[in-house]
Design a protein around this ligand. Structure first.
Ligand code: SF4
Length: 245
């Protein structure tokens, strides 16, 4: 399952050019989770990640290649939450190692469902004083940090441990590399393009699940599948060359 691997490879290479700090995952370090979304009012906010129209990129990529994700880890590139005083550009990227779920005899549903479930994890993480606002339309993930959380010592390491704890409830997941970026020197435009490609791939998987035609030439997703290596093989089964493309 290599659908997202080219994006992961490129993104990790770009990120490796900037200074980063790495933290090991420990469930006991997870920032308190409210279990439901919390409203942080403007007057109670310290600042916003991605506020004032600054970039706010988010995407999650699934892989079966352990060389990309060899352990549970939180990586921070740029200022941490305690050091930020006003709006900054922001990206949160999740690289998720899963077991190799075989698409046997064209039955790709278990794999597709697993990928969708992983994509939905982000909607089930509610760190206290960390109000996330997502836009599926443009893949933005903006975060309002409360003054109270900042004063209490909230950090990406602790928020990341909360995210990874939620990911680890999924039995298909073996490890997660979660990257938080606030470094203004990063190319957020490129990250936003990658987020769109990831979104398109996941959307295509959903459409395939709903039942697509078996003829690529009459399918409106063909431009995406032509770009993404392995998509057609996944749709029609690894060893089948029956589709017309
Ligand atoms: S593999 Fe072909 S039929 Fe399937 S979604 Fe892609 S273009 Fe459409």
């Amino acid at each position: 399952m290599q659908l997202y691997d080219p994006i992961i490879r490129e993104t990790l290479a770009a990120l490796s050019a900037r200074p980063a700090r790495s933290y090991a995952y420990a469930q006991s370090r997870a920032w308190k989770d409210n279990g439901a979304s919390e409203l942080v009012m403007q007057r109670d906010a310290a600042y916003e990640l991605g506020g004032d129209d600054k970039p706010a990129v988010n995407f999650s990529c699934v892989t079966t290649d352990a060389s990309f994700v060899d352990k549970d880890e939180i990586v921070v590139i740029g200022k941490d939450l305690g050091d930020i005083a006003s709006s900054v550009p922001f990206a949160r990227l999740a690289f998720v190692l899963i077991d190799d779920i075989k698409a046997e005899e064209g039955d790709t549903e278990p794999l597709f469902r697993a990928i969708q479930d992983i994509d939905f994890v982000k909607y089930h993480v509610f760190p206290e004083g960390y109000m996330v606002r997502t836009s599926a339309e443009n893949n933005r993930e903006q975060v309002r940090i409360s003054k109270k959380a900042k004063a209490a010592g909230i950090s990406f390491e602790r928020v990341g441990c909360d995210y990874i704890a939620q990911y680890k409830r999924d039995p298909n997941i073996r490890a997660v590399k979660l990257v938080f970026v606030t470094d203004p020197a990063l190319d957020y435009k490129k990250l936003a393009q990658d987020a769109k490609t990831v979104h398109d791939i996941t959307l295509t998987l959903s459409k395939i699940l709903e039942g697509m035609p078996a003829d690529c030439n009459s399918c409106n997703l063909k431009p995406i599948c032509d770009e993404v290596e392995g998509m057609k093989e996944l749709h029609f089964g690894q060893n089948k060359a029956e589709f017309r493309s």
